[in-house]
Design a protein around this ligand. Sequence first.
Ligand SMILES: Cc1cc2nc3c(=O)[nH]c(=O)nc-3n(C[C@H](O)[C@H](O)[C@H](O)COP(=O)(O)OP(=O)(O)OC[C@H]3O[C@@H](n4cnc5c(N)ncnc54)[C@H](O)[C@@H]3O)c2cc1C
Length: 236
Amino acid sequence: MNKKNLILKKTKQETKDTKTLFFEILDQDNFSFKAGQFLNLFFLDNKDGHGKPYTISSAPNEELQITIKKIGKFSGKLHEIKEGEKIIAQGPLGFMTLEERENKNNKIVFIAGGIGITPFYSMIKDVILKNTEEEMHLFYSNKKISSVIFLDKLNILSKENSNLHIKHFLTQEEYFGKNIINRRLKVSDIEEKLNSLKDTDFYICGSIPFVNDFWKALKDKGVNEDNIFTEAFFQG
Ligand SMILES: Cc1cc2nc3c(=O)[nH]c(=O)nc-3n(C[C@H](O)[C@H](O)[C@H](O)COP(=O)(O)OP(=O)(O)OC[C@H]3O[C@@H](n4cnc5c(N)ncnc54)[C@H](O)[C@@H]3O)c2cc1C
């Protein structure tokens, strides 16, 4: 499998425990990816003996970005790499992309839990940059307002693009603001906002229980499996 050397150019602290790393691809020729795909990352010393998958949070025509929540050893080590240091990437990999949809006229619903926003951030920017005007709805669940990754950028994108609609759900904080709801997200919230669950493709990303629960809830509402695309990041 094709491996690339990446060199860290800069970082951006997104929330208390989440950082975006901006990379230059050293052997750039013929590297391309679809929004929603991920890379397996390896350290040069390879002491860990294996790589771990991380979604590309940039759109295909932006500088390569990966956004990482620090939750354990590998993600902690990624938070520590310094500007100018190299890591190895294998990929792109994964099939949770907008290209997999059968009917491009369908509305697009993104259901994200926490760090599960990364593929959708790439897809949203890609749709906007391609100017295809597809109707997109993001339902984004977080514990607190301070843990909402890309909050400002998402607000700007939805203000500037009438085809992007965003609703935030906060499970552990009372916070009053436009499009913010202080409770758990339910499938009925999505049904209500769209008036129906028909003619829609659903993308779900987050922890394994988050993805399983929404997949099952959509199926129970009669949504066809072919219209549901998922990626589960880790055990919640
Ligand atoms: C296809 C794919 C794409 C992914 N993309 C991304 C991405 O874009 N960004 C990203 O940060 N990660 C992403 N991940 C997760 C990533 O691959 C690692 O699993 C993650 O960084 C944890 O690795 P670790 O070694 O740091 O922690 P580990 O040592 O593996 O885990 C530490 C512990 O934290 C627990 N835990 C699980 N979920 C959470 C949570 N939400 N908060 C706190 N603790 C939790 C784990 O179950 C585990 O017990 C992706 C995973 C997959 C499969």
